[in-house]
Design a protein around this ligand. Structure first.
Ligand code: GLU
Length: 283
């Protein structure tokens, strides 16, 4: 459990588009789940190519309009590269550089099996082509992968656990080493041109911000296994999780950032109030 005694949650958007109703629900849920002063905002802007300053400005404005407030300064992941670097160095004995592109991975996977390629929360299950390469052989265009089998061996454990307040509350979620290797595999810790990855950055920052309850959508539920494994490897606490349902459109499709018509600011410009938004997302 996290060291904090107050319930501290966060909303962690990426400034790659305007916030929509799904984000409003996620942010309001996080704030509702926090003790007073316990709601934090974090800007997840490691993908420099897709992030835009105007979207970051819109995040602050839309959330304030919704009535939310948070302590300053806001943590921005682009300022945290040194921390991610330190973690990569720490994990180096369990990682390897990988030069495979998506096409190489697809080709390697489709050789023995026809049909749908196996994939998990980090994309296609990596077939291990580069697994024997050493870190000092890393090339400028390589990604860094975690050797998941070696990670479990180093920890001496054969399963992972966490608790979720929404998904089967009261029960411990369990995933075995074999299930991890089959359904997730060797995940990327440092993406090409990024110097980190969502999984690595989120784990380090949730710990650095002393987050005790990670509230986020159920689309990220399976990613949590990666996060729990990284927490163990980096000796960080595993927080409690609160994977909430997703807000869907009338056709049942989950909202995406490109659905501009669902953006909070369009509703606002059309005269909606924050109370209307709350009602629209069922709060
Ligand atoms: N930055 C992620 C997103 O915008 C959220 C990650 C998280 O809450 O763990 O989907």
């Amino acid at each position: 459990m996290a060291g904090s005694t107050i319930r501290r949650t966060r909303f962690a958007p990426s400034p790659t588009g305007l916030l929509h109703l799904g984000h409003a629900f996620a942010a309001l849920t996080a704030a509702e789940q926090a003790d007073q002063q316990g709601f934090l905002l974090r800007i997840e802007d490691i993908d420099r190519e897709r992030c835009r300053p105007e979207y970051e400005a819109a995040i602050y404005e839309d959330l304030q309009w919704l009535g939310l407030s948070w302590p300053l300064p806001v943590l921005r992941q682009s300022d945290r590269m040194a921390a991610y670097d330190t973690a990569l160095t720490q994990l180096a004995p369990l990682t390897y550089p990988c030069r495979c592109r998506r096409g190489d991975i697809r080709a390697a996977l489709s050789a023995p099996q026809e049909g749908i390629l196996p994939s998990g929360p980090d994309g296609l299950i990596y077939p291990g082509t580069c697994r024997d390469r050493a870190m000092d052989d890393i090339g400028a265009d390589d990604v860094i992968r975690l050797d998941a089998a070696r990670a479990f061996d180093a920890l001496g454990i054969d399963q992972l656990q966490f608790r979720d307040e929404i998904v089967m509350p009261g029960q411990t979620q369990v995933l075995s080493r074999a299930q991890f290797l089959d359904s997730i595999g060797d995940v990327i810790l440092s993406r090409r041109g990024m110097g980190t990855s969502y999984h690595l950055a989120v784990v380090i920052d949730d710990a650095a911000q002393d987050i005790s309850v990670v509230t986020r959508g159920q689309d990220l539920f399976d990613s949590t296994w990666i996060h729990v494994l990284l927490q163990k490897l980096l000796r960080l606490p595993t927080p409690l999780y609160h994977h909430h349902h997703l807000i869907r459109d009338t056709a049942g499709k989950r909202l995406a950032k490109r659905d501009d018509s669902r953006a909070i600011r369009y509703y606002r410009e059309a005269g909606a109030t924050p109370a209307d938004i709350r009602r629209m997302v069922g709060l």
